[in-house]
Structures are given as structure tokens and as C-alpha cells.
Design a protein around this ligand. Structure first.
Ligand code: DC
Length: 231
């Protein structure tokens, strides 16, 4: 079967990664969570005091970018790859509210985006990849054979993220999570460099009312149709 590139973009907490992971697993493709890359860079900035509530020392931080080594390592137990920052598994550490609060500010910086896109291109060199994010169908893989743009209402997305954070023992309020979701929507959609927009040739679907199984089946149908059309 012919290998393709699958780009899944959309707002935060639309459940993109859940579906992307399932689809990659079923197809035997690489799965890359590009948001995890921006989150890991943000974690590095926090851990090394380049960022705090009063300030983000952008120019000092840019001088350190060479010290940040990101890689995805496949975890056979889970069936997908996890992100490592300078050799350490940070899959959990990047999902905190603190990282979520700063990540959009880090992701607006063109120098950082350029580096991430370079790495993403390398990972997608041989196709057979599912990558999710904000600019995958528009900037990273504009020629991807299948582009999906996922949406869901902000309330539903905040509820999903809230439940996820609670289940991991984080003490957060629903309002805080809801505000963060709305704030990130705003920053991600309005930034100058690679804003979150639907690519012209992306297929949009609102998954507010769909179960995970229904979403998965829908995407797999689209994958099959795309491959059939190419053959
Ligand atoms: O998908 P996520 O919520 O984990 O992504 C975290 C942040 O990273 C998101 O608010 C915007 C940024 N991001 C981006 O700018 N471009 C991407 N391709 C992926 C994520």
C-alpha cells in the first residue's frame, strides 16, 4: 500500500493526538505530536529561568537553542513515541498547566518555529507519518496527501483538558482551564508566523458530538479513500 503524509491540525484539546496515535498505529506509521515539541522547548525555558510570570527573556533564550535536543523514542509498551528533552522523557512534565500557560508565547517566536519545522521535515522525509499540530497542513507539509482540520466547541475542549489534568492529580479549576483554552486559541490563531488556519484543501470536522471510535473510523475512511485515489 502506498505511504502518505497525514496532517491533522486544529485547536488545543480537540483530541487530535488521540486519533492521530490510533491512526498511526493502525497504519504502522510514525506519529509525531508537534505540540509536544513546542511544549518541551517551553519546559526548557521554564527550568532554566528564561521565563517566569513577569518576564520572558527571549533574546537570551534564543542564544541557548543549540543546547536543546529533542527526540521522539518509540515506546513499544504504549505503541507510540514519547518525547525526550536532552535525553530525559518529558512526556508528563510538558502537560502541566504551567507549560500550557506559556507555550503559546514560545510558539510565536519565528526562530523557534524554524527549528521545529526543520526537525519535522526530517521526520517526514519518508512519508508514512501522521503529524498533528497547528501548521502541519499549511506550513510543515503543504503537500500532505490528507489534511484534516479538527474543531470542537471551547467548552467541550476545556472539559476534556480539565478531566485529563484532574486524572493526573493537578489541582486546577475548570475556569482556569477554560481561560487557558480560549487564550491559546486567540494567540495561536492571530500570531504572525504560521497562525492556526484551515488549509484550503483540508477536510474539516467538528468532533464535539463524536465518540473516539467514530472519529477514528471517519479518519480511517478518509485515509483509505485518499490512498485509493492515488493508486
Ligand atoms: O497541541 P498542544 O496543545 O499540545 O500544543 C501546544 C502549543 O504549541 C499550542 O498552544 C500552540 C503550539 N503549537 C504550534 O504553534 N504549532 C504546532 N504545530 C503545534 C503546537
Amino acid at each position: 500500500m502506498r505511504n502518505i503524509t497525514i496532517a491533522i491540525d486544529g485547536y488545543s484539546s480537540t483530541g487530535k493526538s488521540t486519533i492521530a496515535k490510533m491512526v498511526a498505529k493502525a497504519l504502522g506509521y510514525i506519529y509525531v505530536d508537534s505540540g509536544a515539541m513546542y511544549r518541551a522547548v517551553t519546559l526548557y525555558a521554564i527550568q532554566n529561568n528564561f521565563i517566569d510570570y513577569s518576564d520572558f527573556h527571549v533574546s537570551d533564550f534564543l542564544g541557548e537553542l543549540d543546547k536543546i535536543k529533542l527526540e521522539f523514542r518509540f515506546n513499544p509498551g504504549l505503541g507510540y513515541s514519547e518525547i525526550f528533552l536532552n535525553g530525559e522523557n518529558v512526556e508528563r512534565a510538558i502537560r502541566t498547566m504551567e507549560v500550557s500557560n506559556f507555550v503559546s508565547q514560545v510558539a510565536v517566536i519565528p526562530e523557534i518555529r524554524r527549528r521545529m519545522v526543520q526537525l519535522q521535515h526530517k521526520m517526514g522525509e519518508n512519508k508514512a507519518i501522521v503529524m498533528d499540530g497547528r501548521d502541519i497542513g499549511t506550513v510543515v507539509f503543504p503537500k500532505a496527501e490528507l489534511k484534516i482540520f479538527m474543531t470542537a466547541s471551547p467548552e467541550i475542549r476545556a472539559k476534556r483538558r480539565f478531566d485529563e489534568l484532574l486524572s493526573r492529580g493537578e489541582k486546577v479549576s475548570f475556569d482556569e482551564v477554560f481561560r487557558n483554552v480560549q487564550e491559546r486559541d486567540h494567540i495561536d490563531s492571530n500570531r504572525e508566523d504560521s497562525p492556526l488556519i484551515k488549509a484550503n484543501d483540508a477536510i474539516e470536522f467538528d468532533n464535539s458530538e463524536l465518540s473516539i471510535k467514530e472519529q477514528y473510523q471517519k479518519v480511517m475512511r478518509l485515509v483509505r479513500m485518499t490512498i485509493e485515489d492515488l493508486e
